[in-house]
Structures are given as structure tokens and as C-alpha cells.
Design a protein around this ligand. Structure first.
Ligand SMILES: Nc1nc2c(c(=O)[nH]1)N[C@H]1C(S)=C(S)[C@@H](COP(=O)(O)O)O[C@H]1N2
Ligand SMILES: [Mo]
Length: 253
């Protein structure tokens, strides 16, 4: 097989892995880079090529309606209060295996660096839609917290209980690895098609992890926890639908 990396793919792969000292302290990323040093150039390129951008579309291709799916209006008292207050007192927590646990208000995140992208969302239930998302790159948030060397995964804790039980056992959660975490298109989105993210689509903030299927894009994210293993969360398969319905943890498109 002749491997023909595009210049774009290479540059993006390099960008995803470079320029980020704290992230590089994490064993999986460090390992990857160390392995990279001893690989042939072609194998190295192949590895970086695995970090391409998901396809982006033109504004004219945006779907007339971006529907919502799963939870569309979380019922917890805390969440309802945040909606009433316009999320003015809400903060996104980042903790777990980090150097400094941090939290950000919506206003603070809106002032940080941002990225906007028009992508296609693919739900396994059989629908797709193209929309524009704007948000803060997850990597920028992680740099403020600083990942500890043991961190390998990020777990997204959501506000909605999809399990139908009165306790917290049905809370939606999802997780990704550090490659997707530092990918340039991985953002915590606060805007959909130029408007503040509606409640039905995950207000105040939702994950966009564009190379993966719809269920990975956690809505209503309240807390991001850095972890060394996914075993302690839920039933240990890395996400609500992974636990409940056996969906793949890596929902690649
Ligand atoms: N917290 C939470 N996140 C979630 C879900 C959910 O029910 N709760 N559904 C998932 C699924 S299956 C899909 S397809 C998308 C739907 O996003 P949308 O409601 O913005 O269309 O969100 C994903 N993230
Ligand atoms: Mo979905």
C-alpha cells in the first residue's frame, strides 16, 4: 500500500500533538511521541494521519432544522434553577487527575479563544444534520487545569438522568481519550447556528467531538473529570449508551 498523507492531515496531526507541555506529561501522549521518535518516517506519518479533521461544510449546506435527541429538558431542580437564572451562576468544573482543579463561568468561556465549525452530526438512530458550532477548544480548558501524568481519559458528567431512576444511577456521561481531547475540532460548544445553545441541544455547553458518532457529544456538561481508567464510572464501559445498550466506546464515523 502506498501511503499518501496530505499536507493538511500532517500539519493538523502535528498541531494536535505539539505545543502543549502539560498535556505531554500524560503517559499516553508521551508514549506516543517517544514511539514516534523511533518509527520510520512513513509509519510516523501514518500515525499523525490518524488525526485528520472531520469534514467541514459551507454555510449554505447547514440543515434547515437541527433536531434534538435523547434528553431535551433535564428535570433536576438544580438544572431548572440554572435555566431560570440564564446560567449566570453555573460553572463548568474540571477536576480529577489535574494539577489545579478549575471552574469556568459561561461568560469566562465566551471570552476565551474560540473555534467555529460546520460539521455533520450522525446519530446511530438513523438521522444526520449539518450545523455550525462555536465554542472553546477543550485543549485550552485543559491547559488551565494541567493534566497529571496518570490522566488518560476525560469523563463528561451531565445534568440529565436518562435512566428513569430517582437516584443518580441513570445520569448521562461520556468519555474520550487524550487524542480526541486535544484534537483541534474538539470544542465545548456554547453556540448552535449563531445562537446561544438551546436547552434541547445541551445548554449551557456541550461537547463536540467531530470524528465520532452523536452519542459521544455529551450535552448539559456540568463537570469534566480527568481519570486513569473508565472502570469506576457507571458500569465501566465509558458512557451511558455504552453501558446500557452496548454501543462502542470509540464511536468513530
Ligand atoms: N447529556 C446527554 N447528552 C447526549 C444525549 C443525551 O440524551 N443526554 N444524547 C446523545 C445522542 S444519542 C445524540 S444523537 C446527541 C443529540 O444531540 P442533539 O439533541 O443536539 O441533537 O446528543 C448526545 N448527547
Ligand atoms: Mo444519537
Amino acid at each position: 500500500m502506498i501511503f499518501r498523507p496530505t499536507r493538511r492531515g500532517l500539519v493538523l496531526g502535528a498541531v494536535a500533538l505539539a505545543g502543549c507541555d502539560r498535556l505531554q506529561q500524560s503517559p499516553s501522549v508521551r508514549e506516543f511521541i517517544r514511539v514516534g521518535e523511533t518509527m520510520s518516517q512513513n509509519v510516523q506519518r501514518a500515525a499523525l494521519f490518524a488525526q485528520p479533521l472531520a469534514r467541514e461544510f459551507k454555510p449554505s449546506q447547514i440543515s434547515p432544522v437541527f433536531r434534538s435527541n435523547g434528553s431535551t429538558n433535564p428535570t433536576s431542580e438544580t438544572y431548572k434553577q440554572h435555566v431560570e437564572e440564564g446560567f449566570a451562576n453555573w460553572r463548568l468544573q474540571i477536576d480529577g487527575l489535574v494539577q489545579t482543579p478549575v471552574s469556568f463561568s459561561l461568560a469566562e468561556m465566551r471570552k476565551m479563544e474560540s473555534r467555529s465549525q460546520i460539521t455533520r452530526h450522525d446519530c446511530v438512530e438513523g438521522w444526520s444534520a449539518i450545523a455550525q458550532w462555536k465554542g472553546v477548544p477543550l485543549k485550552a480548558l485543559l491547559l488551565k487545569a494541567g493534566l497529571l501524568p496518570q490522566a488518560k481519559f476525560l469523563v463528561f458528567h451531565c445534568a440529565d438522568n436518562l435512566g428513569g431512576s430517582k437516584d443518580d444511577s441513570g445520569l448521562y456521561y461520556e468519555s474520550i481519550d487524550l487524542f480526541d481531547a486535544v484534537h483541534p475540532q474538539t470544542i465545548m460548544a456554547y453556540e448552535l447556528n449563531g445562537n446561544p445553545l438551546p436547552v434541547s441541544n445541551g445548554a449551557p455547553i456541550r461537547l463536540r467531538v467531530e470524528r465520532q458518532l452523536g452519542y459521544k457529544h455529551a450535552k448539559y456538561v456540568m463537570r469534566i473529570e480527568a481519570a486513569s481508567s473508565l472502570q469506576p464510572f457507571g458500569q465501566g464501559r465509558g458512557g451511558f449508551w455504552e453501558d446500557v445498550a452496548g454501543y462502542e466506546w470509540y464511536g468513530g464515523i
